[in-house]
Design a protein around this ligand. Sequence first.
Ligand code: 6SG
Length: 208
Amino acid sequence: VAPYTITYFPCRGRCEALRILLADQGQPWKEIVVTMQEWMKGDLKASCLFGQLPKFEDGDFVLYQSNTLLRYLGRKHGAYGKDDKQASLIDMMNDSVEDMRLKYMRLIYQEYETGKEKYIKDLPNDLSKFEKILSNNKGGFLVGNQISYVDYNFMDLLQNLQVLSSNCLDSFPSLKSYVERLSSRPKIKAYLETDEHKRRPINANGKQ
Ligand code: 6SG
């Protein structure tokens, strides 16, 4: 069986949640790292369905769009809730995580020098919604009582936010214990301790 393959830039970026999911599910994968120089040549870009990375391969099956990749693997590995309603709640949560990720990426790639202070000041507005969701769900995950693809995505984003602003979760105890709990799941912990993970910058422009 051909292993999963991730083709992406040399950063965590839009793929790290996916890698954490694969690690936690005990699935090996292969990385094809594309440097900016290679990407600028244009032929790989021209071959990508929407002209962007990540690209993901499961044997002959090719997919694009990072959130689609998370959902594909969530479906395949039982990390997509227990029924249609839970699956829809998980999708809803993930859409909101994506909204937050886009704001984060706008900061990192477009206005880091001018916008960081305001971004950090506004962050509790978004975080408080998730704090409430988590404190209301006794299951310990965003939805239900088993891990789903959105938990990997949210955990990755929260870790990035803690790098940006080390005390941003201090007034959100549920978020704080959620990140700690997920990142100490044995397979996730082992992955987070690899050089492969540690050496990979969060973002392609080196800002964090
Ligand atoms: C970049 O945006 O930004 N893909 C990126 N950029 C290259 O030519 N909706 C989909 C998804 O979820 C979004 C894909 C995403 O999968 S991700 C892409 O393909 C392109 O459009 C992270 C990001 N990085 C900034 C950056 C580093 C390398 C390419 C983009 C800065 C811009 C171009 C070179 C340096 Fe750059």
